[in-house]
Design a protein around this ligand. Structure first.
Ligand SMILES: C[C@H](O)[C@H](O)[C@H]1CNC2=NC(N)=NC(=O)C2=N1
Length: 220
């Protein structure tokens, strides 16, 4: 079975503008997607049945997320800037991004003030993936990576600097870029409670990822 992927010229032009290497990246993406759909069609889908007493895992994740949100309100948390950054400059820029400041921002300060996070939602998986590709190109340019996850039409993004730990200018810059790219790629309004499991997915990836951020000369 063969699959053809169509992409609007607008998206392609936008991505090529963001990075001239997009064409190559897009071709690789398209190949990767073709390959994964091919694999999916060959393997038998696994189904899990739950007994009446047993709740599906999603309920557990939703509850975990609920307690996580209840235990830490963003307005009580103070931003922790990474060593070498300038709080006087970063503070006002951060305020513009935060939902708590009332300036229209949609990011939340989390994890004892060392991170900001937010969920983005799009109409389709393809649009979400294109947005993530655009963000990843900016990450490459700035040598900085997000902690993020994606399920279907939703992506959860957390910005934090691992070394030196805290919020840095790169986190603020990239969060601002994400907001603007999300508009370009047609972000839709998130439905209430639709993305509860996303931070959990990201936390799991973070817990099993290796140390990528300690510069070689500081490694023991
Ligand atoms: C050595 C290199 O500068 C580091 O690995 C960079 C790369 N990207 C990074 N990304 C993030 N989020 N935090 C870092 O500390 C970081 N460090």
């Amino acid at each position: 079975m063969s699959f053809t992927f169509t992409r609007t010229t607008k998206t392609r032009t936008l991505l090529t503008k963001l990075n001239p290497n997009y064409r190559t990246l897009a071709e690789n993406n398209s190949l990767t997607r073709k390959f994964s759909i091919f694999i999916q069609n060959r393997s038998t889908p696994k189904t899990t049945t739950y007994s009446q007493q047993q709740s599906p895992p999603q309920t557990i994740i939703l509850n975990q997320q609920k307690s996580r949100t209840m235990s830490s309100s963003s307005s009580e948390i103070k931003p922790q800037f990474s060593e070498g950054s300038e709080p006087a400059v970063l503070g006002p820029a951060l305020d513009k991004l935060l939902a708590t400041s009332g300036a229209g921002g949609r990011w939340t300060l989390t994890q004892e003030g060392v991170a900001i996070e937010r969920t983005f939602k799009f109409k389709t998986f393809a649009k979400t993936w294109d947005f993530m590709t655009a963000v990843s190109l900016q990450c490459k340019l700035k040598n900085h990576h997000p902690e993020w996850s994606n399920v279907f039409n939703t992506t959860f993004i957390r910005w934090t600097t691992h070394v030196p730990k805290g919020l840095s200018s790169k986190d603020i810059e990239l969060a601002t870029i994400c907001d603007s790219l999300a508009k370009d790629f047609g972000e839709t309004e998130p439905e209430a409670g639709a993305s509860c499991a996303m931070p959990n997915l990201t936390d799991r990836a973070v817990a099993s990822s290796g140390d990528c951020c300690t510069p070689k000369h500081l490694k023991k």
